[in-house]
Structure formats: C-alpha cells, structure tokens
Design a protein around this ligand. Structure first.
Ligand code: NAD
Length: 321
C-alpha cells in the first residue's frame, strides 16, 4: 500500500505504533519499524534526557529503518524538563517526532529548523488545523475510542476522521479504535492515510510488558475500559480494574483534587502492572478496541495480517459497485 503517509515517512506499510507510556521502548518500536511500520519510543518513559539518548541508540542498534520519538505534553505529577528532552532528540538527529497533548508550538521553530517531521496527535479538528498552521507534517487524529487521553469533546472516529479530512490538507493518521484490516480499510475510506494503534501493539509478543497484561487484553471485551480524570478536564481511558472503579467513585463525589487522586492515578504505580503482571496494581491505558483483540501475535505477523486483510477488503468491496 502506498499512501501519503508511507511516502512522507519512508515506510512500507501505513501502520504506526502508538506512543504508550512505559511500553513504547526500543524492543517494540524496532520490531514495528523492522516489520515495515513506524515504531515510536516515548520520551517520558525514560527517566532523564540522557536515558532517552541511550534508548534512541538502543533502538538504532535494533533497526536501521525509520522510527519516531513521542513527546507527550500533558499535566504531570512532577515537572518535566520538556526542552531538555527536545535537546536530546535533536542531538541524536531524530527525524520524526510525534507530539501529543497540548500544542507543540513552543518547540516547532527548533523542529522545523532541523527539518524534523512533526506528527501532532490531536482529538479535535480545530487542534488539527492549528497543528497544520504551525508547520506539522501530519496529524494523528484520535477518536474518543482511544486509550490514553481522548480530550474532552467525546467525538468518535467515525465522525471525527471525515470531519478532519474535510478541513485539514496535511496527511491524517487515524488513531483510536484500530486493531485489524477492517479498521485500516475503513480509515482509508474515511480520508486517513494510515492508522496508529496502541492497545493492539500492547498485545504482541515483542511488547516489553508482563504476559498477564496481554492475556487481560485478549480476555477483555469492548466494555472493559473506563474514562477517568474527566472532572479535572484531563480525561484518560484506561483498563477498567479496581483502581479505575475507585477513582470513578471518588470523582463522582465531586470537588476532587489531583492531590487526592495522585496515589491512585500515578504513572509510577501503573508501571508496576507492566512489570509484575498484577493488573490490579494501578492504572494502565487500554482502549475500547480491546474487544477486537483475540490473540498475541508477533508484530510482523500482525502488520502483515492487517495489510493483507485491508487489501482484500478494499478489493472485494469494490465489487458492490
Ligand atoms: P503522572 O504519574 O505524572 O500522572 C498520572 C496521571 O495524572 C496522568 O494521566 C496525568 O496526565 C494526570 N495528572 C497529573 N497531574 C495532573 C494535574 N495537575 N491535573 C490533571 N491531571 C493530572 O503521569 P505518568 O503516568 O508518569 O505519564 C507521564 C505523561 O504521559 C503524562 O503526561 C501522562 O498524561 C502521559 N501518559 C500517556 C499515556 C499514553 O499512552 N499516551 C499513558 C499514560 C500517561
């Protein structure tokens, strides 16, 4: 498949791996890039900019294909030296960056100066237009189905993607709710040039997380996610476990502060889930798409299957005309 996204990023298949905190490390990103997609490592998974440099080098040792670094700009419990992480990426000559959360405006001059292609992940048409105006090369448009932060507008991909395609002229990557060839075929028909998948890649052999997390996704159906932090206007879709239920109960009482929620929502605590396999140990991101995940394939198997199925669907369905 040749699309504006495969051309722009120099990749074989229009399949991009999501920037997942604690998960998107060298092992997964290199496997995705080696399989012809675009692998992404997340900057903030690394404890310091120096650790990010080491992770970039580790990824390069595993693949010579293109990969990107994600920089998530959202509220955090501890201050993050974002500028230093940007320095680290630029010092390693990273050529593709995915930004997410708030606007990357303050970093754009430096990225553009160095010829970096910036993909901004956004959850509304207006933010996509803003990203286009500030010189982003592409936008990843994230529907309400997505894992992680869906924004506050609650517009699912089936409406958000064509609305974005009507307004935005730079290439669009469809994100949130994609797991298989049907999704890729649909995304192309809705006006996108490729798909971004997080939760689906979490349940692959190469994802560097405990097997229990992958099995939990296979066992889950589409009801198994919950949205937390709505009351703080920083909504996050996570796997619905006992911690999620506790957070929702606290939020429903009203007037809750981040300080009161911090012991429950803390990413440091959620990290233990991936490391120990105790899926009740903290919060961990998962999308509605868990309901479409039924196996734990290798990354290569998954990408090949998705592309093959999408091609088959697009050819077969053209017969209705
Ligand atoms: P963290 O431990 O600092 O914070 C935990 C959660 O609380 C996060 O969702 C964060 O956005 C939220 N939060 C923190 N301070 C807040 C405030 N003042 N008001 C409202 N909400 C607040 O975060 P972390 O788990 O170490 O993650 C680091 C960054 O990555 C955060 O910006 C987080 O939002 C983001 N993240 C991304 C993904 C993803 O898959 N893309 C998943 C988890 C977290």
């Amino acid at each position: 498949m040749k699309t504006k996204i495969t051309e722009l990023l120099g990749i074989e298949h229009p399949v991009i791996q999501g920037g997942m905190q604690w998960v998107s490390r060298a092992e997964l990103a290199s496997a995705v890039s080696e399989a012809g997609g675009l692998g992404i490592i997340t900057a903030l998974t690394q404890a310091s900019p120096d650790d990010l440099i080491a992770e970039i080098r580790r990824t390069r040792a595993m693949t010579d294909k293109p990969f990107a670094v994600n920089l998530t700009l959202l509220p955090t419990l501890k201050p993050v030296p974002y500028g230093d992480y940007v320095d680290a990426m630029l010092s390693e000559n990273i050529t593709i960056v995915e930004t997410a959360g708030r606007s990357p405006e303050e970093f754009m001059p430096r990225f553009l100066d160095r010829g970096v292609k910036v993909i901004h992940k956004c959850t509304s048409v207006r933010h996509g237009l803003k990203a286009q105006n500030m010189g982003c090369a592409a936008v990843s448009v994230d529907g309400f189905e997505c894992a992680g932060h869906p924004g506050e507008d609650d517009i699912p991909g089936l409406v958000l993607l064509p609305a974005a395609a009507d307004a935005i002229t730079i290439p669009i990557i469809a994100s949130g709710g994609f797991a298989d060839g049907r999704g890729l075929a649909a995304a192309l028909c809705l006006g996108a040039e490729g798909i971004n998948m997080g939760t689906r890649f979490l349940a692959t052999q190469e994802a560097p997380v405990h097997e229990n997390v992958k099995k939990a996704l296979v066992a889950a159906d589409e009801h198994q996610s919950a949205v937390i932090l709505r009351t703080l206007r920083n909504s996050a879709r996570i796997y619905k476990n006992s911690v999620a239920r506790e957070i929702i109960a606290l939020e429903s009482r009203g007037n809750i502060t981040i300080e009161e929620l911090a012991p429950l929502v803390s990413g440091a605590r959620g990290r233990a889930v991936y490391e120990t396999g105790d899926i009740e140990a903290g919060v961990w991101s998962a999308g509605m798409v868990a309901g479409l995940i039924h196996d734990i394939p290798s990354v290569k198997e998954l990408i090949s299957r998705i592309v093959r199925d999408a091609e088959g669907i697009l050819k077969q369905r053209s017969a209705v005309i």
